[in-house]
Design a protein around this ligand. Structure first.
Ligand code: PGA
Length: 245
């Protein structure tokens, strides 16, 4: 097996929140550390204004198509021109609000990888699936859809975020044990497809905050977090980054 070179990552997901004034406070004051990858996934209109920040730029979605008649959509090459390095793909809110299927999500992963950017692929089960204790099967199916379209190589260039839907924006975080269990399952399955999965950054997302981050990130297969609500508060986000480093 390859040496473990996983660097912790904290990625903020502002969703459809924030303002140019809030962004200025982040670009002025957020200091990234060399020991972790700090990423801010911003609403697309703010990406240009963020280019001077001390963090890597992320987007929250892109089209699966390279260009063309797709009104309102944003292409990966446009995001790349703005300095974007990471793109969240398959967030549960997009799967729900925009009926994004596993297949569309897989096509987007491939489009991002083809452009040389890194997808942050989101997977995670709804409450009823967790209650039936079927979370591993559910997540595996989401990953297999990507494998079918992208092949095992996608693992070489992909961050994966496990975000149980029942924990997103609810204040109901998965316990460190629950999160580690699924993360370990994901890594074990990915390793069957590609030995480089030993190096894949696996993020946990769902009500991570400044108080619970450290206990979550202390687990072997949890390499950091995808942070929603708490990424809108500079102090909280900085504290979460510190907990990862
Ligand atoms: P939350 O969102 O931290 O507000 O729960 C996480 C996410 O949806 O990425």
């Amino acid at each position: 097996m390859m040496a473990n070179v996983r660097k912790p990552m904290v990625a903020g997901n502002w969703k459809m929140n924030g303002s140019l004034a809030l962004l200025k406070s982040f670009t002025d004051s957020l200091e990234s550390s060399s020991t972790i990858d700090t990423v801010l996934c911003l609403p697309a209109p703010y990406l240009t204004a963020a280019s001077k920040g001390d963090f890597a730029l992320g987007a929250q979605d892109c089209s699966q198509f390279e260009s063309g008649a797709h009104t309102g959509d944003i292409s990966v090459s446009m995001l790349k021109e703005l300095g974007v390095e990471y793109i969240i793909i398959g967030h549960s809110e997009r799967r729900q609000d925009h009926a994004e299927s596993n297949i569309v999500v897989a096509e987007k992963v491939q489009t991002v990888i083809n452009a040389g950017l890194i997808p942050i692929l989101c997977v995670g089960e709804p409450l009823e699936v967790r209650e039936a204790n079927q979370q591993n099967e559910f997540v595996l199916e989401q990953l297999q859809a990507v494998q079918t379209i992208c092949g095992n190589e996608f693992i070489d260039n992909c961050v994966i975020a496990y975000e149980p839907i029942w924990a997103i924006g609810t204040g109901k975080t998965a316990s460190p044990e629950q999160a580690q269990e699924v993360h370990k399952f994901i890594r074990t399955e990915l390793l069957k497809w590609n030995s480089n999965a030993a190096n894949t950054q696996l993020l946990y997302g769902g009500s991570v905050n400044a108080s619970n981050a450290e206990a979550l990130f202390a687990n072997e297969d949890i390499d950091g977090g995808l942070i929603g609500g708490a990424s809108l508060k500079l102090e909280d986000f900085a504290a979460i980054c510190k907990a990862a480093g």
